[in-house]
Write a protein that binds this ligand. Structure first.
Ligand code: COA
Length: 336
């Protein structure tokens, strides 16, 4: 029998309705539309509003869209992995909340915390379950309600992040389509430059931590930028080299959407031209684990069976990596 690979068979996405524009941010902090656009490429981002709404509420429409497209019931899902750094609660896992909300009664689920690389980590993990031959339907969702951990008085971070989610279904394939290879890396020394100071076991929430605004993203943007540029590009190059792929062989680069300048330097490094680079940062900002599947969602109709797709990400941890996918279906088979 041919080797089993984990093919992506459907994509889903969801962004909340509320649009937070650069113009609105100009009223909140000392910034300008021009600065944000030229330094990051972001025009607007989406924010999940409403009491009692969390990351699971971003995941539910994604999961249901995927089930609808594939014509399956949530009860057919074997496993749900949610990549997020903004879980509904510290525990249980958001995946458990989502399986309950969608009625995925036969699925087990867990979360992966790898910040902006979370979707790539989760995708690669999910692929192993399919390749084992024991599981038939594994759903992977990258989702973050970043607005829950962003300080809207800090102009260096509030301009970047937004809320959103995207996901895919993985199913067994014996024709060589699906997740072919990946390089995933982490380096914990990078936590110094990008983290949330309080709310974990080292520094549980107190009145003091709240007053000191320590439950928000802390980022040294310049350092993160520097590491992101080199690591994301090198991971993509290494995956290409070991699979003997040239830039001409790549149909699409799907980069994590953190900053359009990081995206540009990654694509230039591996010599993939702009027209083959998926980009939606201008509309959604950085949705952390959501960016890569949201790109797939936006571009799904353009994807063709057999396309070589290179995904690359860098994020808090530090974490980074690149995944090589051979696309399994013509994207226009699903209307959106
Ligand atoms: C955050 C980021 C956009 C800042 O851009 P930058 O070009 O590095 O800007 P700097 O931090 O060097 O700041 C330059 C100046 O702009 C100012 N500035 C920062 N944010 C600003 C804003 N929103 N509006 C106006 N000015 C701003 C700074 O205070 C600084 O002023 P100074 O020179 O007087 O000190 C950029 O570093 C970045 O994208 N980093 C990576 C972020 C990322 O990818 N994070 C997610 C994990 S993948």
């Amino acid at each position: 029998m041919n080797k089993i690979t984990a093919a992506i068979t459907a994509v889903g996405g969801y962004v909340p309705d509320y649009v937070l524009t650069n113009q609105e941010l100009e009223k909140l902090v000392d910034t300008t539309n021009d600065w944000i656009l030229t330094r990051t490429g972001i025009s607007e981002r989406r924010i999940l509003k409403g009491e009692g709404k969390g990351t699971s509420d971003l995941c539910v429409p994604v999961a249901l869209e995927i089930c609808k497209k594939r014509g399956i019931s949530p009860e057919e899902i074997d496993l749900l992995i949610v990549a997020t750094v903004t879980p509904d609660m510290t525990f249980p896992a958001t995946a458990n909340v989502v399986t309950d909300k969608i009625g995925a009664k036969n699925a087990f689920g867990f979360d992966i915390s790898a910040a902006c690389s979370g979707f790539l980590y989760a995708l690669d993990t999910g692929a192993r379950f399919i390749e084992s031959g024991r599981y038939q339907k594994v759903m992977i969702i990258g989702a973050d309600k970043m607005s829950s951990i962003i300080d809207y008085t800090d102009r260096t971070t509030c301009i970047i992040f937004g809320d959103g989610a995207g996901g895919v279904l993985l199913e067994p394939n014996t024709e060589g389509y699906g997740i072919i290879d990946s390089i995933l890396k982490s380096d914990g020394h990078g936590r110094e430059y990008l983290h949330m100071k309080a709310g974990g076991s080292v520094k549980p929430a107190t009145l003091e931590t709240v007053n000191a605004r320590e439950h928000y993203v802390y980022q040294e943007g310049k350092m993160v930028f520097k590491y992101a540029v080199s690591n994301m590009a090198e991971a993509a190059r290494d995956v290409m080299q070991r699979n003997k792929l040239t830039a001409d062989d790549i149909a699409w680069l799907v980069p994590h959407q953190a900053n359009k300048r990081i995206i540009a330097s990654t694509s230039q490094y591996i010599e993939v031209p702009e027209e083959k680079v998926m980009m939606n940062i201008h509309r959604y900002g950085n949705t952390t684990a959501g960016t890569i599947p949201l790109c797939l969602w936006d571009y799904e109709k353009k994807l063709k069976k057999g396309d070589n797709i290179m995904m690359a990400a860098f994020g808090g941890g530090f974490t980074w990596g690149a995944n090589y996918i051979r696309w399994a279906y013509d994207g226009d088979q699903y209307g959106k």
